[in-house]
Design a protein around this ligand. Structure first.
Ligand code: FES
Ligand SMILES: [Fe+2]
Length: 343
């Protein structure tokens, strides 16, 4: 199956990632008429919101390569900060001040645009025609679940390394011994990976036990510390995952959703939100967010120390039956990097 053209490693700037949607900014951080610079896959883009039209262009003026994101909005145009050229929301040049009004404008001056949409309170960008859809979060509009956002976090690791960890449950008793990891849970029992219809994602259901340090009834002795937990992982390429947790002992539902922005070869931004039924007050939501940050810190201690900022796709790592889901992640990503439509 291996050919010379098969990508052997996944990085934050692998070219195949251009054909997919990526989150690049919180919607609330893109103000009207204020150009905003973002970096995705090692390349800078300028976002604008002009009269409710969202645009994304490569952040480079075709005249002398100035940063358009340092410019401003004039009327309905994006104006370059260097010589004042103005561009429409389609990216066409509309005005060159040095030539005066009504002048013949230079040809071939359109900005290089990217596809851009808003979903899940985030701005998403696809540099090239995407072959995958943005993940579907079935709990998103469930009124019984409160949306508890974590602040966006920039980490020193590849998005693929983060997702590889997010999907992995063999590390819980070791990495998470200080939070929920239960020593009785080291043995990974059989589980299956179900591909979704699109071929760009999968679902894994898995039941295990944790130490439930968030349950106040543990301290009173009404509930045991070690409790069963039902997990459902939903992954969608390239770097989105929804981990739905259910605790039958307490009735808690918590869907932890993480979207990754591969910024450059060393850096990834994480956008995470928990959809929970056990946080009716702000204080409980804050406590839940703080606990999740403690868990994330445990993961980052390992992830940011991994060798290289890559996930090998062919050789260089050993897989066991316990790694079935992270092997499937690699298969899907190898197809994306090969730009093959899944069968
Ligand atoms: S560099 Fe943009 S107008 Fe000259
Ligand atoms: Fe973890």
């Amino acid at each position: 199956m291996s050919t010379e053209n098969t990508p052997t490693a996944l990085t934050n700037t692998s070219p195949g990632l251009h054909s997919a949607w990526h989150p690049v900014l919180r919607s609330a951080d893109l103000l009207h008429n204020a150009p905003q610079r973002v970096v995705l896959l090692g390349e800078p883009y300028v976002l604008t919101r002009i009269n409710n039209t969202l645009t994304a262009f490569v952040d480079k003026c075709p005249h002398r390569n100035a940063r358009l994101s340092d410019g401003c909005v004039v009327g309905e145009h994006l104006q370059c900060p260097y010589h004042g050229w103005e561009f429409t929301t389609q990216g066409d040049v509309a005005h060159v001040p040095a030539l005066g009004k009504g002048a013949t404008l230079p040809p071939h001056t359109a900005l290089s645009s990217a596809r851009v949409v808003e979903k899940y309170n985030l701005v998403w960008l696809a540099p090239e025609e995407p072959v995958t859809n943005i993940i579907n979060i079935s709990e998103w509009n469930d009124a019984s679940l409160r949306h508890v956002w974590l602040e966006p976090i920039t980490i020193k690791a590849a998005a693929a390394q983060f997702i590889d960890n997010f999907l992995d449950f063999g590390h819980f008793p070791f990495v998470h011994a200080g939070t929920f990891g239960s020593g009785e849970d080291a043995n990974i029992h059989e589980y299956s990976v179900e591909k979704d219809e699109s071929g760009w994602g999968f679902v894994v259901n898995y039941e295990h036990t944790i130490e439930n340090n968030e349950d106040p009834l543990v301290a009173t002795g009404e509930h045991p510390l070690v409790q069963p937990r039902i997990m459902r992982y939903e992954f969608t390429a390239p770097f989105s995952c929804n981990l739905r947790l259910e605790l039958p002992t307490t009735g808690m539902v918590n869907a932890i959703v993480t979207f990754c922005q591969p910024i450059d070869n060393n850096t990834t931004c994480l956008y995470s939100v928990m959809l929970r039924n056990d946080c009716p007050t702000d204080a409980l939501a804050q406590a839940a967010a703080a606990y999740e940050m403690d868990i994330l810190a445990e993961d980052l201690k390992v992830i940011e120390g991994l060798y290289d900022k890559i996930v090998p796709l062919e050789r260089g790592q050993i897989h066991t039956r316990a790694d079935r889901n992270t092997v499937e992640f690699r298969r899907i990503m190898q197809r994306l990097l090969s730009a093959n439509i899944p069968s």
